[in-house]
Ligand binder design. Structure first.
Ligand SMILES: Cc1cc2nc3c(=O)[nH]c(=O)nc-3n(C[C@H](O)[C@H](O)[C@H](O)COP(=O)(O)O)c2cc1C
Length: 664
């Protein structure tokens, strides 16, 4: 079977309240365009994080009901210890209330003032744990990790050369531990290969440095290794995971991710001295080492979660769903980070909204627009969250990227929710030229949580035609379909490319047109950026220079010799006209403008595009996203602003017979 179904039945549900666009706009305004201030009840699909937002299984709930809440000697702890030893293979198992507590305990025990803690990519919680212990956290991802379009299968790998150089530079003594996140949270969960891990292990062991795995996403990492690493292809996930943990000296786990619980974490390793130190601090700050601040029922949920995490059906469904989102968006040209990670898809907001500058907060604008279109809440990772910092001279530091992250909670949303997310994103993609930037009105500490924003120009999504329709157009009256009413031959284009997928649909729409005796006496020559396109520009008559800014300029060639001639009428131009109108209306459906033209030097255009006899170029069509008419020269703009005129209906149509007095 091709359909991948949810590998579970659902017997507990939480209703989703449908919201109207008006309600969503009101919610956005009330929240100051800060999605984290929107109540969850007003969110249709919540993709802001996959941490602690998954659904527990009936086995987990059942185990929680039978938890042993004894102060000492709780059976629940024994069960967690057994599950953790079985999975990780280390002797000491120390529960903590979250992953960040595990990291803080390890750093407090190992890191000193002046220590260096390298890693592939550190999570924010790791960085702050290292910093607060007096150390410096250094990230050494491979160069491919930052190339959004590089399909490297293991973008989470640590750069071994840079690690070697760092050890030589600062000395092994000042590196108490290396942290490798499996998988790396950057890029939505990019895996680390076992080959890379083994090499890192050999290097660190040679220098007597510990290697700890930050293993919140251990299950997705094991799955990717099983899928992508030749040596491990098809091997059982437990075997892959065991090897992964064998290569480390210990783990720090946030069980809110692949551990599939709403809270909980742990530490596991073999070193006795470290265990003693950690337990001592734990008692002071979190609770007894037998529970780490958790209830016994949380330990039970975690014990079962650790067993369920590596279920191949769960992982296949989960990772295939994320891949499905990525594939469906990329096919339509939506710029995403490739390949997608295990738990999230990242959309490149700067490429999605190239008409916005980073100061316009494109990722936040995109995330808010997505909420407006479909009630979807995604996370901003860009100029709002990471910006606002200055260098020593007080100059604002640039932010390297503006991304929007769709994180998928575990076992929470079905395939139809996911298809809904794809549909809403593609709808926004077709309307991306309408999205305005945002500005910060008020900001506090951790500004992505506290900021109040507003859209520049007052509206987040501009009207399709920003200019007021002239009264005479309104007087034209409605016709059969809004697409026909929306079609206009405007002349300003946005600096946005038309995706290959959209171009293909335009070609298909052209191709579907009727023609006399089905002769199809036409051919479309589509020009983008090429020497031929430059030559075609030179054939445009004065007054048609605006067409140069269109991302696509199509020449419609017709062959009268191939067309049907009936009653002495050659139907070539008529047939081409029908096909062009199909293309124009299809373009409007894509949110594009398609403007037909006869104003060019036809023989020169034929020469420019190498069109042979007896073909003629009957029209050029400029296609692109509508742009700001304010950027046109005054004469061209006046043409766009000219009231639209049509002959009176009585003059163009009559019933039963020709009526001279009306049809003159
Ligand atoms: C065959 C054809 C040739 C055209 N040639 C040009 C042209 O060379 N330059 C131009 O600016 N507009 C051209 N137009 C656009 C028309 O001026 C436009 O369709 C008309 O004014 C009606 O406006 P509307 O399309 O916005 O409803 C052409 C339209 C057609 C159908």
């Amino acid at each position: 079977m091709r359909t991948i179904i949810e590998p579970f039945r659902i017997w507990t549900v939480r209703p989703i309240r449908p919201t109207s666009p008006e309600e969503r706009l009101a919610a956005l305004e009330a929240a100051g365009y800060n999605l984290l201030k929107i109540p969850a009840r007003d969110v249709t699909v919540d993709l802001v994080t996959d941490s602690g937002t998954g659904a527990m299984s009936s086995q987990q709930w059942a185990a929680m009901m039978t938890a042993d809440e004894a102060y000492a000697g709780s059976e629940s702890l024994f069960r967690l210890e057994d599950a953790a030893r079985e999975l990780f293979g280390y002797r000491h198992v120390i529960p903590t209330h979250q992953g960040r507590a595990a990291k803080r305990l390890v750093c407090a025990a190992l890191v000193e003032q002046g220590s260096t803690v390298p890693g592939n990519t550190h999570l924010e919680t790791t960085r702050s744990a290292v910093r607060s212990a007096g150390g410096e956290a250094v990230e050494l991802p491979i160069p491919e990790a930052s190339a959004n379009d590089s399909f490297h299968p293991f973008k989470g790998n640590i750069d071994l050369d840079r690690l070697r150089q760092l050890i030589e530079r600062v000395g092994a003594k000042s590196i108490p531990v290396v942290f490798i996140a499996v998988s790396s949270p950057a890029g939505g969960g990019q895996p680390v290969s076992l080959e890379n891990l083994r090499a890192a292990r050999e290097l660190t062991a040679r220098h007597g440095i510990r290697l700890f795995l930050d293993c919140a996403y251990f299950a997705e990492n094991a799955y990717f290794v099983q899928q992508r690493e030749e040596r491990w292809r098809g091997r059982p996930l437990h075997e892959v995971a065991r090897e992964m943990f064998r290569l480390g000296d210990g783990v720090m786990l946030s069980a809110r991710k692949d551990g599939i619980v709403n809270t909980g974490g742990l530490l596991a390793f073999d070193e006795d001295d470290l265990a003693q130190k950690v337990r001592r601090t734990l008692v002071r700050t979190e609770g007894l080492a037998t529970h780490g601040g958790l209830a016994a029922r949380d330990l039970e949920g975690m014990a079962i979660g650790l067993q369920e995490a590596l279920d191949p059906n769960h992982l296949a469904h989960r990772l295939e769903s994320v891949e499905h989102v990525a594939r469906s968006l990329a096919r339509e040209g939506v710029p995403i980070v490739q390949p997608p990670g295990g738990h999230a898809v990242l959309v490149d907001a700067r490429a999605f909204l190239p008409h916005l500058d980073p100061v316009d907060l494109p990722a936040q604008a995109l995330a808010c627009a997505l909420y407006l279109v479909g009630g979807i809440r995604a996370a901003e990772l860009g100029s709002l969250k990471l910006g606002g910092r200055t260098d020593a001279q007080g100059k604002p530091l640039p932010v390297s990227h503006d991304l929007v992250r769709f994180s998928f909670p575990r076992r929470t949303y079905t395939r139809s929710h996911i298809d809904y997310v794809i549909e809403a994103t593609l709808e926004l993609w077709s309307n991306r030229h309408r999205v305005s930037g945002l500005e910060i009105v008020e900001e506090g500490e951790r500004r992505h949580l506290t900021a109040v924003l507003c859209p520049k120009g007052g509206r987040l999504m501009q009207e399709e035609h920003a200019r007021e329709l002239p009264p005479d157009l309104r007087a034209l009256g409605p016709c059969s379909h809004p697409l026909l009413e929306r079609r206009r031959s405007t002349r300003a284009f946005a600096e946005l490319l038309v995706s290959d997928a959209a171009i293909d649909r335009l070609i298909q729409s052209f191709r579907w047109a009727p023609s006399c005796a089905n002769k199809q006496p036409w051919r479309l020559i589509l020009t983008r950026r090429s020497p031929e396109r430059d030559a075609l520009h030179r054939t445009l008559i004065e007054g048609n220079e605006w067409a140069r800014t269109a991302p696509l300029l199509a020449a419609v060639a017709m062959n009268p010799a191939r067309a049907s001639t009936v009653n002495g009428i050659n139907y070539a131009a008529f047939d081409c006209g029908l096909a062009v109108e199909n293309l124009i209306i299809a373009a409007v459906a894509e949110g594009l403008v398609a403007h037909p033209m006869a104003g060019y030097d036809e023989p020169a255009a034929r020469a420019a595009l190498a069109v042979p006899e007896p073909w003629r170029i009957v029209a050029l069509v400029a296609v692109g996203f509508p742009g700001d008419s304010g950027r046109l020269d005054a004469a061209t703009r006046a043409k766009d602003d000219r009231p639209r005129q049509r002959q009176p209906t009585a003059q163009i149509a009559c019933f039963e017979r020709w009526r001279e007095e009306e049809g003159k």
